[in-house]
Design a protein around this ligand. Structure first.
Ligand code: GLC
Length: 538
């Protein structure tokens, strides 16, 4: 296995499978479903945080990095999961939240109690800057009654760490090594491109937004140190950085192998094409041309400059892509397959978010009380404050809440979707017609299986270059992969109607390699049809 032919499956442990009846998913639940993942062809599973945490931000507020929250299980369960995974050729990728700790972490508590050594672990200032928290409000909160403020780019309970302090870096490198010694060689680094803060902090200018703390050059230095002190010793390691509002230039530097930083990055530009004026808490149909151009630009530049992208439509922070990009009422199945083809045939490492392989959609919640996510609840209040009615604000939550992705995995159409015998911590999605028991041999699942297998068997898919095609089409996202004497043209129709097109001359004598429909009508793509034409050059 090489880095390029991997396909990673993301599990939100809280919502995957509960084996105890607590209403919360657990590690044993992950172990139980390894055969299912192996059947799909998965070789690595990314698990969202399962460490002790007050759960203000569902585990991204960690109070102990070297332990397992008992609600998810214990080290024995963990060891069993890793060992069983090996049997199935499945490794694990753990979530490392290195930018901030919970204010319940002992470092913050000691700092608050006056310990100078630990005060230097945090970013404390007398005069706060104008920075906003990503979850709403100021990014600064009073540090006890000292008259000073601590920085929290996320929730008030998530205090940013001072990476300029060598002791902080050392502690965090130790965390990574702790898990490496437990047999882990995959790491996902949470919001890693905001760890580098200057000594003297400046207000963000309105035009540049988050520039003052995003992608600072020193982040590259920190990543090189992290690499050298931890996973760089493991030629087999797979690492991905979650990059907030990053640039292509930086992403090339983060991932070019000779830089010794990370294997790949997540960027989110393509998931903002339905934000009105860049604001998430709005409702707008997605802008296809923007999406197409972003994919082309990132695809080509990463390919030409030796960078490597993580490819994804869904994760635990995003509403389900089917509800955003597809006429899901009429074309859920074909649309799900098209979205899959559009990234699984592209250049980079595809991620499948739990339930995507059976076409899961946003829950049908009817009340704001169904939502638990703090970002969602903050946004609701701020929309009301802006003068929206409760109904208007609710409609926006319904489209945008992170809880859309966090609903329990739908295993069968029994009570609580087969996820728990207890009361699920977050209400189930109310879509009895979509579940694994029924869809495991269905169209979407089998299409994913086929695409995943292709990445393992075909260098053209895993290693081929990426070039944009049909750059002006306002409906078809098209690209060309090339490797050795093979060339593949991939066409994806993002519309719910048939679209005609001219096949580029060089593909006249090609064969249809992949098709998400049973038929192909010459020079026409049916609603959400994906077709890939293969051509051997010699
Ligand atoms: C990342 C996580 C998100 C979390 C945030 C703060 O964006 O994916 O779930 O809230 O970081 O840690």
């Amino acid at each position: 296995m090489t880095l390029n032919d991997r396909v990673i499956y993301q599990i939100y442990p809280k919502s995957f499978l509960d084996t105890t009846g607590s209403g919360i998913g657990d590690l044993k639940g992950v172990t139980q479903k390894l055969p299912y993942l192996a059947d799909l062809g998965i070789d690595m599973v990314w698990l969202n945080p399962f460490y002790p945490s007050p759960q203000r931000d569902n585990g991204y507020d960690i109070s102990n990095y070297k332990a397992i929250d008992p609600m998810f299980g214990n080290f024995e369960d963990f060891a069993e999961m890793v060992a069983e995974g090996r049997k199935y050729g499945i490794e694990f990728m753990l979530d490392m939240v290195l930018n901030h700790v919970s204010i319940e972490h002992e470092w913050f508590q000691k700092a608050l109690a006056g310990d100078k050594y630990y005060q230097d672990f945090f970013i404390l200032r007398d005069d706060p800057t104008n920075w906003n928290s990503k979850f709403g409000g100021s990014a600064w909160a009073p540090f006890g009654n000292t008259g000073r403020y601590y920085l929290h780019l996320y929730d008030i309970s998530q205090a940013d760490l001072n990476w300029r302090n060598e002791n902080v870096r050392h502690e965090m490198f130790e965390v990574v090594n702790f898990w490496r010694l437990k047999g882990i060689s995959g790491f996902r680094f949470d919001v890693i491109n905001v760890i580098g803060k200057d000594e003297v902090l400046h207000d963000n200018s309105l035009s540049e937004g988050k520039f003052e703390y995003t992608d600072k050059p020193i982040v590259h230095d920190y990543l090189q140190m992290l690499n050298k002190a931890t996973f760089g010793h493991d030629p087999h390691a797979v690492t991905v950085g979650e990059m907030s509002s990053t640039t292509i230039e930086n992403s090339i530097l983060y991932t070019r192998p000779d830089r010794h930083e990370l294997s790949m990055v997540f960027n989110f530009h393509h998931l903002k094409v339905d934000y009105k004026d860049g604001n998430k808490w709005t409702k707008m149909p997605f802008d296809f041309t923007q999406l197409r151009d972003l994919f082309h630009e990132w695809g080509e530049q990463m390919s030409e400059n030796g960078g490597w992208n993580a490819l994804f439509w869904n994760n635990h922070d995003q509403p389900r892509a089917l509800n955003r990009f597809i006429d899901v009422k009429n074309f859920r199945v074909k649309g799900a397959k098209m979205l899959a083809a559009s990234i699984h045939l592209s250049r980079g490492t595809p991620y499948v978010y739990m339930g995507e392989e059976i076409g899961m959609v946003d829950p049908d919640y009817t009340s704001v009380n169904n939502y638990l996510d703090l970002e969602t609840l903050n946004a609701y209040q701020s929309l009301l404050k802006k003068g929206m009615t409760e109904k208007e604000a609710f409609e926006i939550l319904k489209a945008k809440s992170r809880d859309n992705a966090r609903t329990p995995m739908q295993w069968d159409n029994g009570k609580n979707t087969g996820f728990t015998t207890g009361r699920p911590w977050l209400a189930v999605g109310n879509h009895p017609e979509i579940n694994v028991a029924q869809d495991k041999n269905g169209e979407i699942y089998n299409f994913y299986k086929k695409l995943i297998a292709l990445r393992k068997s075909e260098k053209l898919i895993s290693d081929g270059t990426y070039k944009a095609a049909m750059k002006d089409s306002d409906s078809i996202y098209a690209f060309i992969r090339e490797f050795g004497n093979q060339k593949l043209l991939v066409l994806n129709n993002f519309r719910n109607r048939s679209i005609s097109f001219d096949l580029p001359n060089e593909f006249f004598a090609s064969e249809i390699w992949i098709n998400n429909y049973d038929d192909y009508k010459k020079n026409t793509l049916q609603p959400y049809q994906s077709v890939a034409f293969l051509k051997n050059k010699f």
